[in-house]
Design a protein around this ligand. Structure first.
Ligand SMILES: *Cc1c(COP(=O)(O)O)cnc(C)c1O
Length: 421
């Protein structure tokens, strides 16, 4: 039996209707920007395996350090104990995060990082004696699939069975220059009731909403307003973190800083799962008390796993390296040049770019998981390029180590696909 056949026996894949899509491509190895399957085909990983392995697959700078860490300390309970990889990581992160971030709390994935952030915000108000129960989020936001994260996500494509169990969330449109007066009004109206605990948002780029981009100045204004109303601001940088917008974090494009930040995905460079929620001293200090119950009683078994911390430290070292920073600038320039060439194509409705994130909206309507979307996906894979269109949007978010040649193959394949429908 092939891997594809054996897969069907016991495996249940994420985001999949198995009756309609029973087949999965078996990947056997990966290196740099390339994935290899069990049939001997290679694919350029144009989405960095969901924006994780930004420094390339199986990067030996990272794997060597992780292999060494595995020989020294695999895991230890992080309640009552500490270790150097976690300490070093907290120091390395705080050095590059917006200057108000002071404390680092560990969990396992992007969704739990958001759940932790929401619980921190709710308990922050609770501890200060003013209970607040509502959260404001952006329309079309995506924050994960656990209950808290799902509640604040506005992309409720298939959330029907769960909607009765959500926490109380109000939504505002992502702010643009055009809608800002309306958004600002709505935001203030919602805040004026005094029951809003937190404002959660993906800064500048809404990944799962097909790389929808919005305006830094407008977001900066919303953050100032939130502060005026004592609302905790939560930047979900699970997708945007670690260089994708051209700066280390998207929040660095704004003057006003979030109180809490959520990190995962590229945090561990695609090697192992881990997430971090960071916060300001102001948030942290609301949990300090002689009263035990004011502490934050949230903890995951694998909190601050030393192997994950080591992968993250190696990733951050690469992010700060001259080589990766140069690559980022080259990718930004390369996307811009491709965009100038292609944006007036009759099959293209709109294009947009923020840092190394580049997206093309096609001039057709496609359901998020509709047939044409699968046709496009198959076409790309047959041409050795792994891109996963979202609705009618094709986007590129490739590893920073992608070669010029590989990047141009992605562009050429996109030009080819435009001729197929
Ligand atoms: C992917 C993502 C999440 C969820 O992360 P998981 O690790 O899949 O749970 C949350 N927020 C954003 C912005 C994401 O892109």
């Amino acid at each position: 039996m092939t891997l594809k056949e054996r897969d069907k026996k016991h495996l249940w894949h994420p985001l999949t209707q198995h009756k309609l899509h029973p087949d999965h491509i078996a990947i056997t190895s990966a290196k740099g920007a390339l994935l290899y399957d069990d049939q001997g085909n290679e694919y350029i990983d144009g989405i960095a395996s969901w924006y994780t392995c930004m420094y390339g697959h199986c990067n030996s700078f990272i794997t060597d350090r992780v292999a060494q860490q595995m020989q020294e300390l695999d895991h230890v309970v992080f309640a009552g104990f500490t270790h150097e990889p976690a300490i070093k990581l907290s120091e390395a992160l705080i050095a590059i995060l917006p200057e108000n971030q002071e404390k680092v709390f560990f969990s396992d994935n992007g969704s739990t990082a958001v759940d932790v952030a929401i619980k921190m915000a709710l308990q922050y108000h609770f501890n200060k004696g003013g209970k607040r129960s509502k959260i404001i989020a952006l329309e079309d936001g995506f924050h994960g699939d656990t209950f808290g994260a799902m509640s604040v996500s506005g992309l409720s494509v298939y959330n029907g069975p769960f909607e009765d169990f959500f926490i109380d969330v109000a939504r505002i449109p992502a702010p643009t220059k055009a809608n800002m007066p309306l958004v600002e009004d709505l935001f203030k109206k919602l805040l004026s009731k005094g029951d809003v605990a937190a404002f959660v948002y993906e800064p500048l780029v809404q990944g799962a909403a097909a790389m929808k981009m919005f305006d830094p100045e407008c977001l900066n204004t919303l953050l100032a307003i939130a502060k005026d109303y004592g609302v905790v601001t939560i930047a979900d940088e699970v997708m945007t973190g670690f260089g994708k917008t051209g700066k280390h974090f998207a929040s660095l494009h704004m003057e006003n800083k979030p109180d809490i930040m959520c990190l995962s995905k590229a945090l561990t460079a695609g090697l192992v799962p881990m997430a971090i929620t960071t916060c300001s001293e102001e948030i942290y200090s609301a949990f300090l008390s002689d009263d035990m119950s004011k502490g934050f009683f949230h903890g995951h078994t694998y909190s601050a796993n030393p192997i994950s911390c080591t992968a993250a430290l190696a990733g951050i070292a690469l992010l700060q390296s001259e080589e990766i920073q140069e690559n980022i600038q080259q990718i930004i320039a390369s996307h811009a040049a491709f965009d100038a060439k292609i944006r007036n194509h009759p099959k293209i409705k709109e294009t947009r770019q923020y840092g190394v994130i580049y997206a093309i909206d096609l001039n057709v309507t496609i359901e998020r998981y509709g047939n044409l979307r699968y046709q496009l996906f198959d076409f790309f894979m047959q041409h050795g390029v792994c891109l996963r269109p979202l609705g009618n949007t094709i986007y590129i978010l490739a590893p920073y180590v992608i070669t010029k040649k590989q990047l141009h193959k992605i562009y050429a394949t996109i030009e080819k696909v435009l001729a197929t429908f």
